[in-house]
Ligand binder design. Structure first.
Ligand code: SF4
Length: 432
């Protein structure tokens, strides 16, 4: 079997990077030219020409990582300059009938809707400037219930119709770390093909501890025809909500999403086996994830690889007065509570002042055999999920609810919702 090709291309440093990293995004036409040249080089090194995947008159869907409602300066979303460059490249160099951009964000800080997320991220304007024939807000589109053959967990999914209908799908993730997925690249980008408020809870449910397997399953719905990673400015640290920018000036491309993810996470200083989605997809043979079996062209991996700071997922002991009690708790609530606390602390609110004004907080989820209900006395108690009711420690958590100053319950088993609500509720408390 021939090795899949993945290209790594160094982009000439965009002039706007410096200001962008300091917190101010500005479009410079010269930067689009530079990024488009790098995209062209990466695509052509990986597949020869767009004609290899796009036939005359076909509809091409570019699926960026819209993540959640966040501005470009969050570095959580694909760089608008890369969106514009990729759209313009395929408009100018392919025989596509239409080039469209579409996605659906996750819940994020607010319940995510695609239209505002496209606008706030700068991708709406970027797609239009690049010449996109349309920007598709997936959450305003029909969904189709599909069976996923060969899926281990995610056996049925409701999938947005434009994703299924497109002749060609180009996967456009960002090079960034993720507190629940370790990194979020091409495989994880398929989280946007399903609704975030569907009755099945599927997008929220996907963020439990089996996130990697679910993303591997979701990838079986339909593989990307090409994956292009926006590695102009990556994100390291407490991503995807509270990470820091890291300048890379790279575009990475290939037809095998698994291989592209394996190479990209290696550029970020991870072993592909550390990334659950890559590991699960590789083990199932959905693509190549072993670096020695990938034909890497362009830059040498060892010349561009750096060490991205890893996200830390443990919420305990982060902030004095914000105590978390987790023992028999799955990774769903565990990492998302940490994500919520990071986002809250990163939002500009003075945590100490908040605690002085509102009192201390206690967060609990799952079974906590050693839990002492007195720890919640007179404090603001947040009880995450429903599974705590299934553990022998249930009476202790019920007792804590009687002793607490305020009690906030997050029912269900929807960790992304818990992330969003805990962060939002703390911010609301701070405003009072
Ligand atoms: S409610 Fe329980 S099972 Fe569900 S994500 Fe939270 S800890 Fe895990």
């Amino acid at each position: 079997m021939s090795k899949p090709t993945v290209s790594i291309v160094k982009c000439e440093k965009p002039a706007g990077n410096e200001k962008f990293i300091k917190g101010k995004y500005e479009r410079d036409p010269g930067d689009i030219v530079k990024i488009k040249a790098a995209v062209a080089k990466a695509v052509e090194a990986a597949i020869g020409s767009p004609d290899a995947i796009i036939k005359e008159g076909q509809t091409v869907l570019i699926k960026p990582n819209l993540a959640f409602q966040a501005p470009p300066e969050s570095f959580a979303v694909v760089d608008p300059r890369t969106v514009e460059a990729v759209v313009a490249y395929f408009k100018e160099n392919s025989k596509a009938g239409k080039v469209v951009v579409g996605d659906n964000p996750s819940l994020g800080m607010h319940v995510g809707r695609a239209k505002p997320a496209f606008e706030v991220s700068g991708m709406e304007e970027a797609a239009r400037l690049g010449g996109a024939d349309d920007v598709i807000y997936f959450d305003e589109c029909e969904v189709v219930e599909v069976d996923i053959p060969g899926a281990k967990i995610f056996k049925k999914a409701a999938v947005f119709k434009p994703f299924l209908d497109a002749d060609v799908v180009i996967n456009l993730p960002k090079m960034k770390v993720h507190i629940a997925g370790v990194v979020t690249l091409g495989l994880k980008n398929w989280n946007g093909i399903i609704p975030n408020v569907h009755p099945s809870d599927q997008q929220q449910g996907a963020h439990r501890i089996d996130l990697g397997q679910k993303m591997a399953d979701l990838y079986k719905v339909r593989k990307a025809d090409l994956t292009i990673v926006d590695g102009i400015i990556g994100m390291e640290g407490q991503g995807p909500h509270a990470g820091d920018p890291i300048e890379m000036n790279l575009i990475i491309a290939g037809q095998d999403t698994c291989a592209v993810d394996a190479v990209t996470c290696s550029v970020m200083g991870f072993d592909p086996i550390e990334i659950p989605a890559v590991r699960c997809a590789g083990t199932e043979g959905l693509g190549e994830t072993k670096i020695k079996n990938i034909n890497i062209v362009g830059e040498k991996l060892s010349d561009v690889a750096v060490h991205f700071r890893r996200p830390n997922d443990n919420p305990m002991g982060m902030y004095r007065g914000m105590d978390c009690y987790f023992q028999q708790t799955c990774g769903g609530c565990y990492v998302n509570v940490r994500g919520a606390l990071d986002s809250f602390a990163n939002s500009g609110i003075d945590v100490q002042e908040f605690l002085n004004k509102n009192g201390e907080i206690v967060v609990v989820a799952g079974g906590v055999p050693d839990f002492d209900p007195q720890c919640a006395k007179g404090k603001n108690l947040f009880v995450c999920g429903d599974c705590w009711k299934l553990f022998p420690s249930k009476p202790k958590i019920e007792e804590a609810q009687k002793l607490a100053k305020t009690v906030t319950l997050y029912p269900g088993c929807a960790p992304v919702y818990i992330f969003s609500k805990l962060n939002t509720d703390l911010q609301e408390m701070a405003k009072k």
